[in-house]
Design a protein around this ligand. Structure first.
Ligand code: MTE
Ligand code: CO
Length: 390
């Protein structure tokens, strides 16, 4: 390849001229050649961009951490621009001492650092009845994985003193949607956090600046952004987001409710429809992500033939509880079409199901909690397409 290569023989501008000095970008920007790596929405999915969603470009990412500027956004009333000096967190209800915290108050408690995935319960929801959206960004991009810095909720609740009758907690946001969800007190005391930093920097406005609730392993809707109020009660509140929404209508007409935990799931991020194989046959890298709301990922299997044969993938990178794990499968591609699948097995032994297995239990009316196995068809040219196999 080297002989006569102009990329070697001709000196480019970046070698023959000086570059910009320090401070050209005080907060830093990605390379201009990475301008296509952005969150994207699906315009027909929602009536307007204020109550809408966009998607993480999973096919462009590697490792386990989602960069802050690429974390998908889901807002029900637009992005609240909260002045941190005016931010207050009120805690009341079944507590000995109702208290109000400022951000400064919050930062005087001992902090913890934890990496967690946040997955919207509606992730892959458009795929319930069949393959629909052609790209892993759109089929699986309602997820991000971030290191949070914040105060354990237990510390804050103990400061107020929980009354024995306090069995549930209502979390409320300060945005125009005033998002509210009921959370059992055991979960609040177990591993929930009030976070004010993501990946080391202040939360982005889109992610709930200056503080959000972190509810590890549970559906993203409960991770209330722009958090302003926690009420302790003796029963759930049955708000909109836990009755009309975030419930699954079953074939017998009843609905699954309070399905908080996110079941183990995985997907191949490359190759995928937005990341075709462009190098032809031979040495090829398959990569993807796996996660479980119940613990770590024990194993990921990869299939090249639509689930007939499975090979254990290679996991690489940190394995944290309720966090994304990265997997790879390296192989020699003979140029024949592939039906790529991945299947996660979590630390409880749970095995990610096929889409058909899910439908046989839950029917086809669901939107939420679709953790079925994804198939990408890759043709002789390396182009990939979202398909289903039976
Ligand atoms: N909190 C408030 N206050 N308002 C919202 O609209 N959306 C919820 C949740 N918390 C929401 C909210 C939903 S449905 C999800 S999936 C997550 O926030 C999305 O978090 P993200 O925007 O950081 O990705
Ligand atoms: Co959501």
């Amino acid at each position: 390849r080297a002989a006569g290569d102009p990329a070697i023989l001709e000196l480019p501008d970046w070698t023959t001229t000086l570059g910009e000095g320090v401070d050209a970008n005080p907060y830093g920007m990605p390379s201009e050649y990475e301008a296509h790596v952005v969150r994207r929405n699906v315009p027909w999915l929602t009536a307007d961009p204020v109550s809408s969603v966009n998607f993480t470009p999973l096919h462009e990412l590697d490792g386990i951490i989602t960069p802050n500027g690429l974390c998908f956004e889901r807002h029900h009333g637009g992005v609240a621009q909260v002045d941190p000096a005016q931010w207050r967190l009120m805690i009341h209800g079944l507590v000995e001492t109702p208290l109000v915290f400022t951000l400064e108050d919050l930062k005087r408690f001992p902090r913890v650092n934890k990496v967690y995935f946040l997955e919207c319960a509606a992730n892959s929801g458009m795929e319930w009845r069949g393959a629909q959206l052609n790209g892993v960004q759109f089929t699986h991009g309602m997820i991000h994985n971030v290191m949070y810095t914040g105060v354990p909720l237990r510390t804050i609740l103990e400061e107020c003193g929980l009354k024995p009758a306090g069995k549930w907690m209502l979390a409320e946001g300060a945005d125009a949607a005033a998002m509210t969800r009921s959370i059992p007190i055991e979960k609040a005391l177990d591993d929930c956090m009030v976070a004010f930093k993501m990946n080391g920097e202040a939360l982005r406005p889109e992610q709930g600046y200056p503080a959000r609730l972190v509810v590890p392993g549970w559906e993203g809707n409960m991770w209330v952004k722009w958090l302003r109020r926690l009420e302790i009660g003796d029963k759930p509140w049955h708000h909109r987001e836990e009755t009309s929404k975030y419930t699954d209508l079953l074939p017998d007409g009843t609905a699954r409710r309070f399905t908080w935990e996110m079941d183990a799931k995985s997907v191949i991020t490359s190759p995928s429809p937005q990341a075709p194989i462009t190098h032809g046959k031979g040495r090829t890298v398959i990569t993807g992500i796996a996660w479980s709301g119940r613990g770590t990922i024990r194993r990921v299997d990869v299939s090249l033939d639509g689930g007939r044969n499975w090979l254990p993938a290679r996991l690489d990178g940190p394995s944290f509880d309720k966090s994304i794990h990265r997997f790879y499968h390296e192989f020699d591609w003979d140029g024949r079409p592939l039906y790529l699948q991945s299947r996660a097995i979590d630390s409880t032994g749970y095995v990610q199901p096929t889409k058909d297995a899910l439908r046989s239990v839950r029917g086809v009316n669901s939107i939420y909690h679709n953790n079925g196995i994804q198939t990408w068809y890759v043709n002789e040219n390396g182009e990939a397409e979202n398909v289903e196999v039976s």
